[in-house]
Structure formats: C-alpha cells, structure tokens
Write a new protein. Structure first.
Length: 177
C-alpha cells in the first residue's frame, strides 16, 4: 500500500481505538441501577401491643408507617401465637352495630402516611390462640406485602378490658376468658 493511501486508514483506526479508551464501561457490562425498594423497606411498626387473653381470640394494635413514595398494601399476617391471623376492620352493620370483619384485599398504607390499628377500628386478629397471651409476653408477627416482601415485628401483651366487638357471622368473644 502506498504511504499516502495508508494515512487515512491509519487515522480512522487510531480514532476508533482512542474512542474505545474513553469509555468507562465495556459494552458487555450491565448498566448499574439502584435496586428497587421493597414494600417492607418502606414500613415501620411503632407502639405495637397485643391484648392479653387466656384463650380464644386476641388482637394486635399500633401504628404502621410508610416512609416510601408509593402506597403499600399489607395482604397477610402470621404469628406463632395463632394458627389463624387475619387483617380486620370494624364497620357498622345494617342494624347500626359495630362488627368486625376480615378486610378484603388487606390494608393499604398511603405513601408518606400511616395506618392506625386500634380497638374498635382496624386491627390484626389472632384466632384460636395456641396458649394464653399474658401481660408482659412478647408476641411476634410477620407482615406480608403485595410484592411478597415481609417485615417482622414484636409487640408486648397488655391487659385491656375493651375490644368486645361482634364478628360478622356470629359473636366473637374478645374478653379472653
């Protein structure tokens, strides 16, 4: 090849080689992105407590806070204290009585907001207690969110004489005796 003809080819080859040196990532390297935040990572549970009960049923209360920028849905809850744990709401029936029922679809905690679980309102219902829940006991729970992430929390048991609502479909004795 003549020297003049080789010069443009050599210039193109050098330019391509230098362009490749300027890149900090190779074409085969995956792009780095922040991992998606799970629902559980946006949630905190505060001031949680459980109603002490000798047998039967009990309930858990507290504040569930969502520090994220998207709504979060709690779809299930488990506890070793009970083989059947449900998310409940308290509503007025056609007779004007306050009754408890399972919350269809679970609880939604708004972005940047909170959900209050309280006697006479939304709560976590423990049915068929495995053993008595005595004031001072620690009861553990696992919340499951709509994205299948989970969050564990522990709540102390306290004596409480309220929360004697009825359950849709029949009486629900919340007295714990």
């Amino acid at each position: 090849m003549h020297a003049r003809a080789a010069l443009p080819v050599l210039t193109v080859v050098c330019a391509l080689a230098l362009a490749g040196c300027g890149s900090s990532t190779s074409p085969d390297a995956p792009a780095t992105t922040s991992p998606a935040r799970t629902a559980a990572e946006s949630i905190t549970v505060e001031d949680a407590w459980v109603k002490a009960a000798e047998s039967g049923m009990s309930a858990a209360f507290g504040q569930i806070q969502n520090t994220g920028d998207a709504d979060v849905s709690v779809v299930a809850v488990e506890s070793p204290a009970s083989p059947m744990v449900q998310l409940h709401e308290t509503v007025e029936n056609e007779n004007g009585e306050m009754v408890m029922r399972e919350k269809e679809g679970g609880f939604t905690i708004p972005a940047g907001g909170e959900l209050t679980l309280e006697p006479g309102g939304s709560h976590i219902m423990l049915m068929d207690l495995v053993e008595p829940v005595v004031a001072g006991d620690e009861v553990t729970f696992t919340l499951t969110f709509s994205d299948d992430s989970t969050l564990d929390f522990t709540a102390p048991a306290k004596d409480y004489s309220g929360a004697d609502e009825n359950y849709v479909g029949g009486a629900m004795d919340m007295s714990g005796n």
